[in-house]
Design a protein around this ligand. Sequence first.
Ligand code: AGP
Length: 606
Amino acid sequence: MCGIVGYVGKRTAQNVLLNGLKRLEYRGYDSAGIATLDDTDKPHIARSVGKIAELENVLLVKPHKGHLGIGHTRWATHGGVTVSNAHPHHVGDVYLVHNGIIENYKELKEQLSEYEFQSDTDTEVLAALIDSNYKNGISLKDAVAKALKKVRGTYGIAAFSPNEPGTIIVARLGSPLIIGLGQDETIIASDASALLGYTREAIYLNDGEIAVCTEKGAEVFNLNLKHLSPNPETIEGDVEQIQKGGYDHFLLKEIMEQATTLHNTLSGRIDPEQGKMHLGGPNLTAKEMRDINHIVIVGCGTAYYAGLLASYYMEQLIPDLTTEVVVASEYRYRSFHLPQNSVALIVSQSGETADTLACLREIKKRGVKTLGIVNVIGSTIAREVDGGTYVHAGPEISVASTKAFTAQVVTMVMFAGMLAEYHGGNVELIAKITKELSILPKEIEKTLKDHREDVKNLAKKYCKYNDALYLGRDTAYPIALEGALKLKEISYIHAEGYASGELKHGPIALVDETFFEVFNILDNWLFDKSIGGLHEVRARGGKAIVFTNSKAEIEADDIIRINSKIKILTPLLLNTLQQLFAYYVAVNRGNDVDQPRNLAKSVTVE
Ligand code: AGP
């Protein structure tokens, strides 16, 4: 996730900016930069790819002396990891850093044809838009406000101009921006942890607000430039607590922020009015899209389960398509053959998993087109696939993958929805799923809010067990596998995921009162079958927890019913309950939730 820092006041801006950017390093980034105004109002920019240490090396050669500046750590979304794409961007007399995604940057860029762009970023387009207003003689605040009214998407920005020394303009819509009020100095940041050590008094900008910051403080307005009088708040907590968003662990933060990050995954890719989905990245011609007749989905662990769930939706959306989902560490060694006109989806959060990368290379050797479904921008897999799409889940710091899983499934469903248009797919189903995707962030937020306490109590009740079975049918089966993985990898409870229908083929022999079972039961055509499995388990003393969207009477030891407008994508909602359950069980067992024993965030060894 990108980070923003700004400063105006008595100190040397460069030092405050670098300190602040270091506080934001935990969010993940791939380039960094600062822009400052010196005391002769001359602007200076320093940018670098890689870590902030690289930027410090650049500044060692040419230190910045000014007392006003803005800084940025970039998590690439539009445009690769290059110095020219790093922020700050400057166009004319406007210097700008930006967090978020400008969805309509392409149409805005077409309207700014008088500008020659140096980067591939949406941010530079915004800087040009502001400059196109500013050069008409209005103030920078007015130029920014006017520009932001034409923007669709999310932003947190900080801007300055040599024409208005001592002033930084900030604004936010969907991406946090905090103004720290110091003694004859003002510090701006996208995350309160960067303000600690300078001040604990801050104004948290709200969406649609803009502020003029000087060393004396800040004046806040709405985008119609109506003056507002926000009350400053006191920043609580230490640096680590703030970096976790106030949650006890990154894992809980990443579970709870799925609704927010999913907006970035979906941004500009679905049109619920038209009932259509569209991904920019696959690099496939219309003919190639029409010719695809087989999809192989490759991944490890959670990425594999994401592919398995997505494959159910692909088959529903594209009747003439066959799919297979494979574990990379197995597939890479098999003598596999793929039919003509196959496409391989390579699924990986880190984009560095050794087995998945090796599998990608084996598939490419067979001349099969490969598409990445990856979270980390610029990662090895993202660079080696023929095309692909970033899932935009933001940095996932906890070893256990949660928000990336949801983003991976959603991204592959959007790919399938787009592909279905070329294969005479079920238009009504495409529209239905598009509509569900558009409300999915809100429904996930509601599910987590409605049931967090219930799940926490459930975890307390079952945290002493040492054996568990996770069960589900149809699209709830991959969720059962993923739920079992989440539990085992952070609580160390032996948990196995199974297709409910498989119970009587062996696993039921395990069931007694020392086991608990988690049933994901969908209110669909397999409901009665799923209930059958539940009765079999309870008849043998197994303790049954049920996560369901059904309102029917169900006999279980514990049941959590979600009430949502979502139907087809219900497994993604049930999975958030499983994520919370695994988290609270692990916490009750006193485990290191973010760094579980024996595990690494990216398995770069075979
Ligand atoms: C997920 O919770 C696990 N940490 C692990 O299974 C992970 O999904 C797997 O190693 C694949 O990682 P990748 O998505 O980065 O390729």
